[in-house]
Design a binder for this molecule. Sequence first.
Ligand code: AMP
Length: 126
Amino acid sequence: MSYTYDDQNIFAKILRGEIPNKTVIDSEHTLAFEDISPQAPVHVLVIPKGPYVTYDHFAAEATADEIVDFHRVVARVCETFDVRSDTGKGCRFISNAGEHGVQEVPHYHLHIMGGRWLGRMLEKED
Ligand code: AMP
């Protein structure tokens, strides 16, 4: 089995500059931008520039440089939006993957949400 990347997904189009985004941080291997439909006062998406479908795909196949760069951008987003868990009130990191994870955009992205109390992690199954 292998992961199949669809380069027509909306985040691939953002990375190619075909559709606009509200960029927060643009680094060598990573882009952070504001979610178009924020679920909290802070809602930023962090994506690798490489063609990775999900977190597990990225974790399995990204280079060490890509993995380090991605996580340093996450830290910089937390600093920028004052949602660090030491100096601020913290946040939630979410990455939906695949069918059961109810992933809408098939390009790996980490949601960083904060700025309000976010409640418990999951609802019971419906
Ligand atoms: P997920 O369900 O984890 O795949 O989440 C996809 C996220 O992408 C949602 O929170 C959407 O609001 C967000 N989104 C979709 N299109 C755009 C866009 N053009 N710019 C920024 N965020 C987007």
